[in-house]
Write a new protein. Structure first.
Length: 177
């Protein structure tokens, strides 16, 4: 059987791992202290803002220690659409922002779509289920809110919008720091 080396010490997984208390010193176990789960099923929301707007996908957690980490997992289904005419190209994007209270923690492109129209008047669109994971260090024991923000931008084509269908999931897990 192979041995595992942790902190430059050998550990036999058969005898040591069933008893986590016997791990070599300096190995953090990262205990889960609490978890919040929120699921949303409201009707679709369309928007044309190229600035972040808040969604209904939000939840709050109160850390038990200022050294705790908050592990945020978010899932949001969305789609983008652009009107086109003739054989014009179209291109659009949707960006995601995770906010702690009123501060942007991280921003990411969650969807980008492009194509070429073939009819006299068609729509270019793309759908996706987006999952996002982030670890935060809020350094507080006060209630802390996490909210998903979205923004949409048409880069080529005419009209159009971004939509998140009102459904989504946010899971906040406090991990001992």
């Amino acid at each position: 059987m192979a041995l595992i080396r942790l902190n430059n010490q050998s550990v036999n997984p058969v005898t040591t791992l069933p008893n986590l208390a016997s791990l070599p010193s300096g190995i953090a176990t990262g205990k889960v202290l609490q978890q919040q789960f929120a699921s949303f099923g409201n009707s679709s929301t369309s928007f044309t803002s190229s600035s972040f707007i808040a969604t209904n996908i939000t939840d709050s957690i109160t850390p038990t220690s200022t050294s705790s980490k908050i592990f945020a997992m978010v899932e949001v289904p969305c789609w983008v659409q652009v009107n086109t005419s003739g054989s014009n190209d179209w291109w659009t994007k949707m960006d995601f922002g995770l906010y702690r209270n009123s501060s942007l923690l991280v921003e990411s492109r969650i969807q980008s779509a492009s194509g070429k129209s073939t009819g006299a008047y068609t729509y270019g669109h793309s759908m996706s289920m987006n999952t996002f994971i982030w670890q935060d260090s809020p350094s507080t024991t006060s209630a802390t809110s996490y909210t998903v923000y979205l923004k949409w931008e048409r880069l080529q084509g005419t009209g159009g919008y971004g939509t998140y269908d009102g459904r989504g999931v946010i899971i906040l897990t406090e991990i001992e720091g």
